[in-house]
Write a protein that binds this ligand. Structure first.
Ligand SMILES: [Zn+2]
Length: 422
């Protein structure tokens, strides 16, 4: 390369990176200069459409997703981990670990040393001490593969002291086309910071499901809107000559079910709320009784199971079913109330202030309403193939395989992917 063309490359990279307004907010982590690995690695783009229930695909016209699937593979469904909530599942996908092994047990949780974790609490969300396990971007960065995240739960934290080479602080106002533009820009970086693992995240289908319910026109419109973004992404990948040279996953974290007032349970009708800390409301009730009250509170809740028609189950921490892979973490409080779909709990005062959500998730991953999607397309995958269901924790092993990385210890299984891969 001549001095001139080298300079041009540098200028071009600078332009590409800074030329787009939305990437100005991107943070570049310190990267050590490493020689570009000359063995060709096919980049991997991981896309999440939050709250995309399996049957949403048949709901309306989705030309871009249909085109994607005509060139790729599809699992019958993707089974989330318990609880089927956003942070636990996006982070399970990234690490291949169940909640009891990451410590991300809910979107809202409490840790005796770290205090409260909530999605809106930026200090907590970006504090690596909350996150157990090794997410794929840490595995990759530690093995010399650069990563770039256009939003992903956990990607803003210094997990094990490592962040993606490029990452963006969560900001829901960044438009969806701008998010796609960032990924397209990053794929054209020509120096050693070019990422081979990238993410893209869209929340609208989930938020419309919460706000208007599964059956609403608003959810249909959100599905169509996100489908158009996928269409734009495909067009842009074709424009930069990458469509045939990149592996892409389109997936999600959980499904959605509609709530109703008749199926809302008021916790303060059963126990005295002054006797407990409620760490998590909604569809997975996580209750920490105050000093010495555990037996009393447990007995009151347990007695209510029958009275309410057995639409929920009350567990002592030690008795939480093994299959949830949930109980073995210090952040899990003493009592769990696990509801049938579509039952959920609130308090009288909260109900009077805010009513209930139109839709929610968080229930048992075995419930069909909580099942979600996994689609993949790219040089490493067959075309037009459907294979049996996969577990959220299985995806980490697949990502490591595609990127040529040694996986960290995880709860996943690679064998499920053999049929999908070329
Ligand atoms: Zn949600």
């Amino acid at each position: 390369m001549s001095k001139y063309s080298f300079l041009l490359t540098l200028l071009l990279s600078a332009y590409l990176f800074y030329g787009c307004s939305q990437t100005e907010s991107a943070q570049i982590s310190q990267v050590q200069e490493v020689t570009l690995n000359e063995t060709e690695r096919t980049p991997l783009l991981l896309i999440s459409i939050d709250g995309f229930r399996t049957d949403y695909l048949e709901r309306t016209d989705t030309p871009a997703l249909d085109y994607f699937l005509s060139k790729g593979v599809q699992a019958e469904y993707l089974k989330p981990i318990y609880p089927s909530n956003t942070f636990p599942n996006h982070y399970a996908l990234a690490t291949g670990l169940y909640a009891e092994n990451t410590g991300i047990i809910a979107n809202n949780m409490f840790d005796p040393e770290l205090g409260r974790f909530a999605l809106g609490n930026r200090d907590a969300v970006s504090d690596g001490r909350w996150y157990g396990g090794e997410p794929i971007w840490v595995t990759a960065e530690n093995q010399g593969v650069r990563t770039a995240t256009m939003f992903w739960p956990g990607s803003e934290a210094d997990v094990m002291g490592v962040r993606p080479t490029r990452w963006v602080q969560y900001d829901n106002s960044i438009t969806y086309p701008s998010r796609v533009d960032s990924v397209i820009t990053w794929l054209q970086v020509e120096d050693y910071t070019r990422p081979d693992f990238l993410t893209l995240y869209f929340s609208r289908v989930d938020s419309r499901g919460h706000g208007h319910g599964v059956e609403s026109d608003s959810v249909t419109a959100a599905i169509e809107y996100v489908d158009r973004q996928i269409g734009y992404l495909i067009d842009e990948l074709k424009r930069i000559d990458m469509w045939g040279n990149i592996n892409i996953f389109i997936t999600s974290d959980h499904g959605m079910a509609s709530l109703s007032e008749e199926k809302t349970i008021f916790l303060d009708d059963i126990i005295d709320l002054d006797h407990v800390f409620v760490r998590n409301w909604g569809t997975a009730g996580m209750i920490a009784p105050r000093d010495g009250r555990t037996e009393e509170v447990y007995n009151q809740l347990k007695a209510a199971e029958d009275e309410y028609g057995n639409v929920f189950r009350v567990y002592r921490k030690a008795d939480i079913p093994e299959r949830f892979r949930f109980k073995n973490h210090p952040r899990v409080p003493e009592i769990l109330i696990e509801f049938d779909v579509p039952y959920a709990m609130t308090s009288r005062s909260n109900f009077e202030r805010r009513g209930i959500l139109a839709g929610n998730h968080g229930w048992d991953p075995e419930s069909p309403e909580m099942h979600t999607i996994f689609f993949a397309k790219g040089p490493d995958f067959h075309e037009q193939l459907t294979f049996p269901y996969v577990n959220m924790v299985d995806i980490y092993e697949l990502m490591c395989h595609l990127l040529g990385l040694d996986p960290a210890e995880n709860d996943g299984n690679f064998d499920v992917w053999e049929r999908a891969l070329r």
